[in-house]
Design a protein around this ligand. Structure first.
Ligand SMILES: NC(=O)c1ccc[n+]([C@@H]2O[C@H](COP(=O)([O-])OP(=O)(O)OC[C@H]3O[C@@H](n4cnc5c(N)ncnc54)[C@H](OP(=O)(O)O)[C@@H]3O)[C@@H](O)[C@H]2O)c1
Length: 296
C-alpha cells in the first residue's frame, strides 16, 4: 500500500527531473509527474480541469517562470505562473486538503545585506522575477499556512538549462571568459534539493516532524559567479582563462542581488539534514557529465 500520493509540477525542469531520479528510493510514494503539456499553470481553466477528478496528498510545485531577464518584459506571464498559479494551487489544495511544498528564490532579497539571510530577513525584490516569486510566497502563506516554502539559489543540474552547462559550452569554445565576480551567493545542486524535499515529505508522512513555513536551502559555502565558473573550468582543464568582472561590466535586463547568501540553520535544525559544500556537490555533478562523455 502506498503511503503518500505526490504530484510534481514542472516535472521536466531541473528540480522536477532530479525528483524523478529518486522515485525508486521511495517505493511507498505514488508519484505523478506533470509539466506544461499536462497542465498549464498560466491557464486557470486548465488547472481547474486537471484537479476536477484528481487529488493528491502532496503537491511539489517545481513549475515556475524562471527566465529572470525575460521576466522584465513578460511581467504578466511571470506573474501568472509564479504568483497567480500559486494562489490557485493554494485554493484548490485547501478545498481538497492537499499539502504544498513550494520552491522560491534568493531573488526575493534586495542584496543589500552583508550577512547570511534568515527566513526572518525582510524581502525586497529588485526584479520582476523576484517580485513575482515573493507574491507567490505571500499567497501561499496567507491561504495555505500549512505549506512549506523552500527558498533556494543558483540551481544547476545535469538536466535542463543552467549556468554549469553554459560555462561548459563557452569554456570549451573560447580562450577567455569574463564572469561577474561581485555577486555573492551559493550554487545549489538540484539533486541535493530534491533529496531534502523528499526527506521533508517522508518526515511528515511517518509522523516524525511537521513544521510548515519558510525554509532556506542552498549548498554550504560562499561563491561568486566567477568562483563557480572557475571551478568548472578547472575541473575539465579547459584551455580558457576566466576573468572576474564587475556587475556593471555585464549589463542584464534584470537587476540581481549583490549578496544573497542564505542562512540554512532552520532546515538543518528542524529536519537534521546535512548539507554538502557547493564544491563537493558541483564535483559530483561534473563527474556525471564526464561519465556521460564529457562536456557537451
Ligand atoms: N534555476 C535557478 O537558478 C533557481 C534559483 C532559485 C530558485 N529557483 C526556483 O526553483 C524552482 C525550480 O527551478 P528549476 O531550475 O527546476 O526550473 P526550470 O528548470 O526552469 O523548470 C521549471 C519547469 O516549469 C515548467 N513550466 C513553465 N511554465 C509553466 C506553466 N505555465 N505551466 C506548467 N509548467 C510550467 C517548465 O516547462 P518548460 O521548460 O516547458 O517551460 C519547466 O519544466 C522554481 O520555483 C524556481 O523559481 C530556481
Amino acid at each position: 500500500l502506498k503511503t503518500a500520493s505526490i504530484l510534481v509540477t514542472g516535472a521536466n525542469g531541473q528540480l522536477g527531473s532530479e525528483i524523478r531520479t529518486l522515485v525508486s528510493q521511495y517505493p511507498d510514494f505514488d508519484f505523478h509527474f506533470v509539466d506544461i503539456a499536462d497542465v498549464d499553470l498560466a491557464d486557470e481553466t486548465s488547472v481547474r480541469k486537471f484537479f476536477e477528478d484528481k487529488s493528491f496528498q502532496f503537491i511539489i510545485n517545481c513549475a515556475a517562470y524562471t527566465a529572470v531577464d525575460k521576466a522584465e518584459e513578460q511581467v504578466e506571464l511571470a506573474t501568472k505562473i509564479n504568483a497567480d498559479a500559486v494562489r490557485l494551487l493554494a485554493r484548490i489544495a485547501a478545498e481538497k486538503k492537499m499539502r504544498i511544498i513550494h520552491v522560491s528564490t534568493d531573488y526575493v532579497f534586495s542584496g543589500e545585506a552583508n550577512y547570511p539571510l534568515t527566513e526572518e530577513s525582510k524581502p525586497a525584490p529588485v526584479s520582476v522575477y523576484g517580485e513575482s516569486k515573493l507574491k507567490g510566497e505571500q499567497y501561499l502563506l496567507d491561504l495555505k499556512p500549512d505549506s512549506y516554502i523552500i527558498r533556494t539559489a543558483w540551481v544547476y543540474s545535469t538536466f535542463g538549462k543552467n549556468f554549469v552547462k553554459t560555462i561548459m559550452k563557452l569554456a570549451s569554445e573560447r580562450k577567455e571568459l569574463k564572469i561577474v565576480g561581485d555577486q555573492i551567493g551559493t550554487p545549489t545542486y538540484a539533486a541535493d534539493l530534491a533529496k531534502v524535499i523528499l526527506t521533508i515529505i517522508d518526515s511528515i508522512v511517518s509522523g516524525k516532524k511537521d513544521q510548515p513555513g519558510l525554509y532556506h536551502y542552498t549548498n554550504e559555502g560562499v561563491a561568486s559567479w566567477f568562483d563557480f565558473a572557475f571551478y568548472i573550468q578547472n575541473f575539465f582543464s579547459y584551455d580558457c582563462k576566466i576573468h572576474p568582472i564587475r556587475t556593471e561590466e555585464y549589463p542584464t535586463a534584470a537587476r540581481r542581488p549583490k549578496f544573497s547568501l542564505l542562512d540554512k540553520s532552520r532546515i538543518k535544525k528542524v529536519f537534521a539534514v546535512e548539507i554538502p559544500h557547493w564544491t563537493t556537490s558541483l564535483q559530483s555533478c561534473l563527474s556525471k557529465f564526464q561519465q556521460d562523455g564529457g562536456a557537451q
